[in-house]
Design a protein around this ligand. Sequence first.
Ligand SMILES: Cc1ncc(COP(=O)(O)O)c(C=O)c1O
Length: 357
Amino acid sequence: MEIRIEPLPGERRKTPPTDPAALGFGQIFTNRILKADWDEQRGWHDARIEPYGPIALDPAAKVYHYAQEVFEGLKAYRWQDGRVALFRPQMNAARFNRSAVRLALPEVPERLFLEGIDTLVRLEEEWIPSADGTSLYIRPTLIAVEPKLGVRPSDACLFFVILSPVGAYYAGGFNPVRILVEDYYVRAVPGGTGTAKTGGNYASSLSAGLKAKERGFEQVLWLDGIQRKYVEEVGAMNIFFVVDGTLVTPPLSDSFLAGVTRDSVLELAGTLGIPADVRPVAIDELMADVRSGRVSEAFGSGTAAVVSPVGVLGYKGEVVTVGSGGVGPVTRRLYDTLTGIQYGRLPDPFGWLHQVK
Ligand SMILES: Cc1ncc(COP(=O)(O)O)c(C=O)c1O
């Protein structure tokens, strides 16, 4: 499908911020947006890049009422030599469509997803920051726009992609987080929507996050939705532990998101000679192993932070420090290697990078 590029009027042209410290996450957006429409009669049509701005929808649009929507998150990395690369964007395209199927939304053709992002990122190249650790966050989204309140799949949808320059996650150095194990609320259940990247999962996680903050923790560790016995995810990240020197993470299930970073960490561990074990992790066993010191490191993995070290775990009134409470050597090595590949400082033996420029 051809992508039409609309002119950007001078008065709509903002210039990118110059101070990387002011970027934060997802607060500033670039000048343009990619859009494409879908309806039952015509399928996908009218792919275009327009000036960035509000989207006007009928108040009856299904997305507002029934949360029929999915999204993705990936980044463009600016290399020191000026080139630009995306990290495994095909995985995001595939996950986007798996999410879409789960939410009874139409799949977006892979070419539209990937070429649309390439074209948009190239047009907005001046917005890709170059300071250490910064990047351009890419947010593809698919929403149900049919203006009818009947609970049925929408017969019309809008696909759009917006871009946001983001600051270095660890500008002030690694910052291990305090995690509360959530033993009442659950994020997802088998057969639910936990494997889909859909807004409802995030909306329903917010109150547990508030509860954690009230108790002096920064994030939530989610347990399985049936027995509240097995560890699933941490905040909006997958979870890893180093137990007796072995990297351990729960197996993919039908209740949590299959992270691109999780997959990459596991592949990297293999080549770095770090033993890895993909197996269920029971919370009681985990707490005992943290107490005894068998668990020396814990970290979340995700596109935003790459890895996020866990310093402290709270569960049923007990608070334990993981290892030294700082950043362990396995976490650091995986972080350095993965970011080294993303920013073109290290070779990419896996063919993970997609060069945009
Ligand atoms: C719920 C959830 N789990 C895990 C992840 C990590 O996925 P990825 O590594 O693809 O960013 C994310 C972030 O996208 C997420 O939202």
